[in-house]
Ligand binder design. Structure first.
Ligand SMILES: Cc1cc2nc3c(=O)[nH]c(=O)nc-3n(C[C@H](O)[C@H](O)[C@H](O)COP(=O)(O)O)c2cc1C
Length: 342
């Protein structure tokens, strides 16, 4: 058993957010070590997507390292890329606690964090010291108090501070915990948002930097098709699917009643797997290879990641499975991806 496995029963007795903060406190100390191991990636894992060369298809999804504080650690444990954020333009505390719940027996997380963010200025400044040799994406969102009609201003303000310091940008219009955010996925709202962001990218001379859009798993199939057409026509670089789901139907009884009792929030982890895959397959069919897709949602093993890549995804991201299985999961997935024995 690895160290994480040994500590997990203790850590999982703590309140999830306290455990998260403790892990980050420890992680920051680890990042200060002068001799963190250099990751080794089997050459067969290399992937190119949206003009970037990734040493592995496996990345860390947005939301865990919102402030880009543990980048050296993510590099040392072998992630091929890390998506930091969601970063909002101005600092905000997020929703009141409790706002994070785990259900280890089902590999499920419920969260209503609500974009707790130090703000783009602080995170942008921290990114000046990012480690070399790790692909970093910046996931952007809007502040809670910003009306939907002014959302573009928020994304642009965050972009100005984050984009010059990262390798790609992901626009998050799919978190369920900021009221109205998901309405930005509607084609008539999406078009001006993407045009506004691509205009700013050009103004800033960052035309070659990929701009991605992260989608929710709760969209109707016809809406997905329409969104794909808007995304392709706009000239953005790719899609990420999916974010967390509001659908309590992905959880079987009797657990569903327990989850419902915790209140609002998005679900992630193993119960999201089938739904996220179905949504990705629909998107891939609509895309017909016109843009690359990053798979996310319920992936927890080499077989899951392999399945997503065989479906046609260019890359894959994980979050919840890392919480339940620890960092050794990354090398396990890498080993699985390079062996025939999935
Ligand atoms: C506690 C928590 C916080 C999250 N915060 C964000 C976020 O700030 N921005 C975002 O785009 N996705 C966020 N996500 C969603 C993840 O990036 C991912 O899309 C989702 O969890 C599905 O992947 P998984 O099943 O591997 O966890 C968060 C997920 C969790 C569990």
């Amino acid at each position: 058993m690895d160290l994480y496995g040994a500590l997990r029963p203790l850590v999982f007795r703590l309140d999830p957010e306290t455990a998260h903060n403790l892990a980050f406190w420890l992680g920051e100390r680890v990042c200060a070590w002068p001799r963190l191991p250099e990751p080794t990636y089997p050459p067969a894992l290399r992937r190119s997507a949206f003009g970037l060369d990734f040493p592995s298809p496996l990345g860390l999804a947005a939301g865990l390292d919102k402030g880009a504080t543990l980048l050296p650690l993510w590099k040392a444990v072998g992630f091929g890329h890390v998506e930091i954020g969601t970063v909002t333009p101005r600092p905000q505390p997020g929703n009141p606690r409790p706002r994070l719940f785990r259900f280890p027996e089902a590999g499920l997380i419920l969260n209503r964090m609500g974009f707790n963010s130090e703000g783009a200025e602080i995170v942008g400044a921290r990114l000046r010291r990012r480690p070399a040799g790790l692909i970093v994406g910046g996931n952007l969102g809007k502040n809670k108090e910003t009306p939907e009609a002014l959302a573009l201003d928020d994304y642009r303000a965050a972009y100005r501070l984050i984009a010059p310091r990262v390798d790609y940008i992901a626009l998050n219009v799919s978190s369920p915990n900021t009221p109205g955010l998901r309405n930005l996925q509607a084609p008539e709202a999406l078009k001006p948002l993407l045009e506004g962001m691509l205009g700013l990218r050009k103004e800033m001379g960052l035309e070659r930097q990929p701009l991605l859009l992260k989608l929710a798993p709760d969209l109707a199939p016809e809406d997905l098709d329409a969104i794909v057409e808007v995304a392709v026509a706009s000239g953005i670089s790719g899609l990420i699917a999916t974010n967390t789901t509001l659908d309590r139907g992905v959880v079987a009884e009797p657990l569903r009643a327990l989850v419902e009792a915790k209140g609002a929030g998005g679900l992630s982890g193993a119960p999201l797997k089938a739904k996220a895959r179905e949504v990705r397959r629909r998107i891939l069919a609509a895309l017909r290879g016109r843009l690359p897709l990053v798979a996310c949602g319920g992936l927890g093993s080499a077989g899951d990641v392999q399945g997503a890549l065989e479906d046609g995804a260019a890359l894959a991201q994980i979050y919840s499975a890392l919480i339940f299985e620890g960092p050794a999961l990354i090398s396990r997935i890498h080993r699985g991806l390079t062996s025939q024995d999935l």
